[in-house]
Design a protein around this ligand. Structure first.
Ligand code: G3H
Ligand code: 13P
Ligand code: ZN
Length: 309
């Protein structure tokens, strides 16, 4: 199939209370592992590249391999720029064939976020590309944060409505307590479902996005650590919480760390157990299989996107 934009897959996700996983890739190995899971599970899927991935592999290479693999598939694939920081980042990806771009101007003052997002939306929509923006600040693991400081970082529901109305953006990443990376909480996991619900009330039927949504599966942590990794304190978003968010207006869930962790665990195991092997394909294959398993598990048991394509 041809690559699709986000509008083409979010409608059904919203109507049927499931979400679509957005998985980061940086090369053929990560891309193929994700697409294999989507095809086998008959699930729509979003694959995405950060600007770091683009620096690593090249924008045209990433767009072209994705388009080529997707053309042989029977499920819809959307190719997204993850955390674009400037109009130029977004334009480069749109021109290379990406079908959704994220403009992350959440660190700018509110009016500047609106201005930049609007500029991206205008260009993207003229090319049939959809746009995700972000409002609020994703939580970091900080020692002393007062409740009012913490509240200031979460997405303001009324502001979210104003932002979407004024920018014409197609989806919105919200801050409700998730964070990027392998260490997400110091104590107990906590997400602000009250805020998520209020945003949903302000923006009924509008697609919301959760970043920093890896669950950091403890079996993968244990496997990686068995073979020498040091991952002290790793913990992610419990699957129950993600299921609850997916049944609300969240219809895109971003996952990168779980894939990195799984691939690394497989690679470490394979290298340690097969010291005589120097064929790169042999150990890559083990990492790839673990990525595919993790993605399939999420589609089946957490996001509910299997058999929806
Ligand atoms: O949101 C961040 C993603 O995990 C991408 O990370 O910038 O290291 O490629 P990266
Ligand atoms: P994780 O670090 O939780 O996988 O989040 C990835 C992400 O949000 C990419 O934009
Ligand atoms: Zn993110």
């Amino acid at each position: 199939m041809e690559l699709v934009n986000s509008k083409e897959i979010f409608k059904s996700a919203l109507e049927n209370n499931y979400a679509i996983g957005a998985f980061n890739f940086i090369n053929i190995e990560t891309l193929k592992s994700i697409l294999k899971a989507a095809e086998e599970n008959k699930s729509p899927v979003i694959v995405q590249c950060s600007t770091g991935a683009i620096k690593y592999a090249g924008v045209d290479v990433l767009a072209d391999i994705c388009r080529l693999y997707a053309s042989k598939m029977t499920v819809p694939v959307c190719l997204n720029l993850d955390h674009g920081k400037s109009f130029e980042d977004c334009k480069m990806c749109i021109d290379a064939g990406f079908t959704n771009v994220m403009i992350d101007a959440s660190s700018l003052p509110y009016e500047e976020n609106i201005e930049l997002t609007k500029k991206v939306v205008e260009y993207a929509h003229s090319k049939g590309v959809t746009v995700e923006a972000e409002l609020g600040v994703l939580a970091g693991i900080e020692d002393e944060v007062s409740a009012s400081d913490e509240d200031a970082k979460f997405t303001d529901p009324k502001q979210a409505k104003d932002f979407v109305t004024r920018t014409g953006v197609d989806s919105l990443a919200v801050a409700i307590g998730t964070s990027h990376g392998t260490v997400k909480f110091k104590g107990e996991a906590k997400l602000r479902f009250d805020i998520l619900e209020q945003i949903g009330n302000e923006l009924p039927g509008f697609p919301l996005v959760l970043h920093g949504a890896s669950s950091i599966p403890q079996d993968m942590v244990a496997l990686a650590e068995k073979y020498g990794a040091k991952l002290k304190g790793s913990c992610g978003i419990p699957e129950d919480m993600l299921r609850r968010a997916c049944a609300m207006n969240v219809c895109k869930v971003n996952v990168d760390s779980d894939l990195r962790l799984s691939f690394t665990a497989g690679l470490r195991q394979s290298l340690a157990e097969n010291p005589e092997n120097v064929d790169i394909r042999n150990y890559n294959k083990v990492g790839m299989e673990l990525i595919t398993n993790v993605v399939k598990g999420k589609m089946d048991n957490v996001f509910g996107s299997s058999n929806r394509a």
